[in-house]
Design a protein around this ligand. Structure first.
Ligand code: 13P
Length: 243
């Protein structure tokens, strides 16, 4: 069984004052027996170094450096104290037109910098309703995971776009189907696929976390809104520890 992962993606939220939420989390979860990852805005990465949690960036550029105003390289994130980075989040795919090819290049840059990449995939509502979910997942998996991926440098996050920030969650059968499908595809390509973590994201809350974590091949969660407050993220972490 892979070690479970509770990951919080703060997105474009969080000022220095919000770091008190991490202090509250630390009081309860400093010695958790699951991995805890916080992906704050990059401005806060350096200030998170005193927490016992893993810290991640939310995106990186594919290049090591150069004339890319406003971007951050994977090396810079590592230098600031990150050990993980999200790649291919649907908000990056939508807001910045990121393609699978770009995501594969960013993920490779993450590996080169010694970061663990959390590669995000997931279908839109139109794709779900059109019955093409598994085809979309196949295309994203094939296009965005570099050949160097293994269970130590890669986590796959399944985040149905229509479940992100909407309060809508797939049924447990739907989650089981997609996570099982991802596991099977990883097994076709990677010898250590059974050890690769596949985490679910999209409207995970204290009230639904335990049932989501009971689903086969769900090795944790990537949590947006409910990761911003310790009072919400803490029971999600506890549910994962008890799963
Ligand atoms: P919410 O938990 O706010 O739905 O966001 C999920 C997400 O996009 C995490 O990356």
């Amino acid at each position: 069984m892979p070690r479970k992962l509770a990951a919080g993606n703060w997105k474009m939220n969080g000022l220095r004052a919000n770091l008190t939420e991490l202090i509250k989390l630390e009081e309860k979860h400093a010695d958790a027996d699951v991995d805890i990852l916080i992906c704050p805005p990059a401005t806060l990465i350096d200030r998170c170094q005193d927490t016992p949690f893993d810290i991640g960036g939310q995106d990186c550029h594919a290049a090591i450096g150069g004339a890319h105003t406003g971007d951050l390289s994977a090396d810079m994130l590592a230098d600031a104290g990150a050990s993980y980075v999200l790649t291919g989040h649907s908000e990056r795919r939508t807001d910045h037109g990121e393609t699978d090819e770009m995501i594969a290049a960013k993920t490779q840059a993450a590996y080169d910098a010694g970061l663990i990449a959390v590669i995000c995939i997931g279908e839109t509502l139109a794709e779900r309703e059109g019955g093409t979910t598994l085809d979309v997942i196949d295309t994203q998996l094939a296009g965005s995971i570099p050949d160097e991926a293994d269970n130590e440098n890669t986590v796959i996050a399944y985040e149905p776009v229509w479940a992100i920030g909407t309060g809508k969650v797939p049924t447990l059968d739907q989650i089981a189907e997609v996570h099982g499908h991802i596991r099977a595809r990883l097994q076709q390509r990677f010898s250590d696929a059974n050890e690769m973590r596949i985490i679910y994201g999209g409207s995970v809350k204290p009230s639904n976390a335990a049932e989501i974590f009971s689903v086969a091949n769900v090795d944790g969660a990537l949590v947006g809104g409910a990761s911003l407050k310790a009072a919400d993220f803490s029971p999600i972490i506890t549910a994962l520890e008890n799963a």
